[in-house]
Write a protein that binds this ligand. Structure first.
Ligand code: HSE
Length: 329
């Protein structure tokens, strides 16, 4: 049986979830694909941290070059987060002929062209399903099953942390700071929660979506973005009294004067389908000129949901490797 060897950059929350999910579901993945998978090297400095998984010490390395210089490694999974050194590491891996899977929306949104161009030039696959909507396979659907559509609008709840905070503030009347700590403890929030609560994370995800859906490169800094730090208990109660909820929405819509896009807290009537998307769940409404309205819904954050999307990408690439067609066209 062909074995796919994987180099993993980062054994934090999502890296640990990915390692765990592969161990947990190895048998069904092998049965479904006829391929075996092994994470053979892991770039991580905290070797002894208790993660609830058993990782042989010899898999750890402190030197990223040992990963892209390893001729046995087929795929590099980048789960370091942050723009650098993650982008440079992905580019190096690509230049060394490795296929790359990442969940890193900040690196992708900032360096989209450089990463895509490098992947094309080096005939490798770059996949990033987990970067938008966590476990929801929305990028896959938008770039395959829905390709026959002209897209008119996308509106999404794309950040689990802020949705969790707004939900708890609404349902339990809690203060913003208390809920944020809880979200961090559950592993939804970024190490620096500013990116979540200021809307930057949702903005990065919207930038990636716009590239795929509307074929336009809109840099994150050009997307008008407002987070939820200014939302008070009083705002929440006022919305409630008016039969509404406050949600952080990321949207893009084609209009006569061009594409309009923004990330901002918006009041939604309780009857709106996005109003009932609670906690760390994400959702994306898509309107296509043939399919009409669609809504994707699922867990947008957390180690195992994100791992589900990461491993889906790994499997897609591995099948292509096995068929000899692992290059992007
Ligand atoms: N911090 C992100 C969120 C993680 O809360 O949605 C998933 O991208």
């Amino acid at each position: 049986m062909k074995r796919i060897n994987i180099g993993l950059l980062g054994l934090g929350n999502i890296g640990t979830g990915t390692y765990k999910a592969l161990e947990m579901n190895r048998d069904i993945i092998v049965a479904r694909t006829g391929l075996d998978f092994e994470i053979t090297r892991i770039l991580e400095k905290f070797v002894d941290r208790d993660r609830g998984i058993t990782v042989p010490t010899e898999k750890f390395t402190q030197d990223p070059q040992t990963i892209w210089n390893d001729p046995e490694i087929d795929i590099v999974i980048e789960l370091l987060g942050g723009i650098e050194p993650a982008t440079s590491f992905m580019l190096e891996a690509i230049k060394h002929g490795k296929h790359v899977v990442t969940a890193n929306k900040a690196a992708l949104a900032t360096n989209y062209e450089a990463l895509q161009t490098a992947a094309k030039e080096n005939n490798v696959m770059l996949r990033f399903e987990a970067s938008v909507g966590g476990g929801i396979p929305v990028l896959n659907a938008l770039t395959t099953a829905l390709l026959a559509n002209e897209y008119e609008e996308i509106v999404g709840i794309l950040n689990g942390t802020t949705n969790y905070i707004l939900t708890k503030m609404t349902e339990e009347g809690l203060e913003y700071e208390d809920v944020l700590k809880d979200a961090q403890a559950k592993g939804f929030a970024e190490a620096n929660p500013t990116a979540d609560v200021e809307g930057i994370d949702a903005c990065n995800k919207l930038s990636i979506l716009i590239s795929l859906v509307f074929g336009q490169r809109i840099r994150p800094e050009d997307i008008p973005t407002t987070g939820i730090t200014g939302i008070t208990k009083e705002d929440i109660n006022q919305a409630k009294a008016d039969g509404q909820v406050i949600k952080l929405l990321a949207s893009a819509k084609t209009q006569a004067n061009g594409l309009q896009y923004a990330v901002a807290p918006v009041r939604l009537d309780r009857s709106h389908p996005l109003a009932s998307v609670g906690n760390e769940f994400n959702a994306l409404f898509v309107t296509g000129n043939a399919v009409g309205d669609l809504m994707f819904y699922g867990k947008g954050a957390g180690p195992l949901p994100t791992a589900s999307a990461v491993l889906g990408d790994v499997i897609e690439i591995s099948r292509a490797i096995a068929k000899g067609s692992a290059y992007d066209i």
